[in-house]
Write a protein that binds this ligand. Structure first.
Ligand code: SF4
Length: 418
């Protein structure tokens, strides 16, 4: 795909000046504003070179798992070409955001829905005219429908409501919801790229990833790589929250950015913070200093951004108590259709709540560890594994607090654990 710039088109956002990319059109951008800032995108004309451009860009998914986007698209394209699974592919824009600390996708859908739709239509064209869906929570649907109604070529895009549940954005749950109205993960014998919605090769793509696809289709891989690092190119949206009076904010940051830089940009002083949750409820607790956000984490001072959640723990709050509350929530949010979620996660939550409550029983720590090993890697989806990953990071970062709790004392609360 050639990207000699058409001077009749608006100039792309300038990386050297750190101009916003995804939210460049400003708040609540309508179709005209979108065209003024980004110019038109002919999906059919952009489609032939799109896969090469995505591969060269190094774009990874922004929904959590960070798979290379071009590989996912290629797998779906190949299944469609083989004709083994009987049909035209399907592309689903996944705007479900069940993670309680995440709000970047709903912000993007609200302010830049046309960029998401551009990415959806371009991927559909690259897959030879795939069927298209937008899957989004009820609160985001009016804006999506308004955007679809306000532009040409979108009559066939179907809109489906995503339930407000933690697990509703998992890829097989998305397909299951559209097919049956039940947003729970399905144990897939075949990959969705081979056999997904109604047996068709199916590509479920996070809405931010689609917006990035739209930018790469316009400006090319080289432009995309002007921000970020060689191993984590481009920008990503992050949902940043912390103790009052910090206000929840969505920031667009370059790949490989230092965690402390993000915290400062959100109005926080990293120095007094004891721990930051990165990647959300399936992420990890880390100390704020000396960590950079990168999908390569957690190695060598890097931590995976996951779905872009960054939440600073109140320095006066108890990390054990905070983790116990999250674990209780996650145990309740499972679809309760696999053993690890039916029995393992509630048992882990119970043990951790006993530790948080200051029960003086040294065997609780080894019991928590034993249960974690029992549930991890089992089940039809990554829910048990993601949950145990969070708990193991808490055991590491709050090790001294765990010891104090098992002796009946809570350091951050300055007294008896309760
Ligand atoms: S592992 Fe848990 S959340 Fe995932 S499908 Fe099974 S019961 Fe549901």
């Amino acid at each position: 795909m050639s990207h000699a710039r058409d001077t009749s088109q608006p100039a792309p956002p300038d990386a050297a000046r750190q101009e916003p990319r995804l939210l460049a059109a400003g708040p609540d951008a309508g179709w005209d504003q979108h065209l003024d800032v980004f110019g038109p995108l002919d999906a059919d004309a952009a489609a032939p070179g799109l896969l090469d451009a995505l591969a060269a860009s190094g774009l990874t998914g922004r929904g959590g798992a960070a798979f290379e986007t071009w590989r996912k698209v290629t797998a779906t394209a190949e299944s469609g070409r083989k004709g083994l699974f009987a049909a035209r592919p399907v592309v689903i824009a996944n705007g479900a955001e069940g993670e309680p600390l995440s709000f970047k996708d709903r912000t993007l859908l609200s302010h830049a829905p046309h960029l998401v739709i551009d990415g959806l239509l371009t991927l559909a064209a690259a897959l030879g005219g795939a069927g298209t869906y937008v899957y989004a929570p009820a609160a985001g649907l009016p804006r999506v429908r308004q955007a679809l109604a306000g532009r040409p070529g979108t009559k066939r895009v179907r809109v489906v409501e995503a339930p407000d549940a933690f697990i509703s954005g998992e890829s097989s749950a998305v397909v299951n919801m559209i097919a049956t109205g039940n947003a729970v993960p399905v144990d897939q014998r075949r990959r969705l790229s081979e056999s997904g919605l109604n047996g068709r090769p199916t590509l479920v793509v996070n809405v931010e990833t689609l917006a990035q696809v739209a930018l790469i289709a316009r400006y090319g891989a080289q432009w995309f790589r002007q921000a970020g690092t060689a191993t984590d190119p481009g920008t990503r949206l992050v949902s940043v929250s912390g103790p009052a009076p910090v206000r929840d904010v969505v920031l667009e940051v370059p790949g490989g950015v230092e965690l402390s830089t993000v915290l400062k940009e959100a109005g926080m002083d990293p120095a007094p913070l004891s721990a930051v949750l990165v990647g959300g409820y399936h992420g990890r607790w880390v100390r704020p200093a000396a960590h950079v956000l990168s999908p390569e984490g957690p190695v060598g001072g890097t931590v995976r951004p996951g779905a872009g959640v960054i939440h600073a723990l109140d320095p006066h709050a108890c990390g054990i108590g905070a983790t116990a509350r999250i674990l209780t929530y996650l145990a309740n949010e499972s679809a309760r259709q696999c053993g690890p979620c039916m029995f393992g996660l509630p048992a882990m939550a119970s043990v951790l709540n006993r530790i948080a409550g200051g029960e003086r029983n040294p065997r609780l720590a080894s019991e928590l560890d034993r249960l974690g090993r029992l549930v991890s890697g089992r089940g039809a989806c990554r829910h048990p594994e993601g949950t145990t990953g969070l708990v193991s990071s808490a055991l590491e970062v709050f090790a001294a607090d765990f010891r104090a709790h098992l002796a009946g004392y809570c350091v951050p609360l300055g007294g008896v654990a309760a």
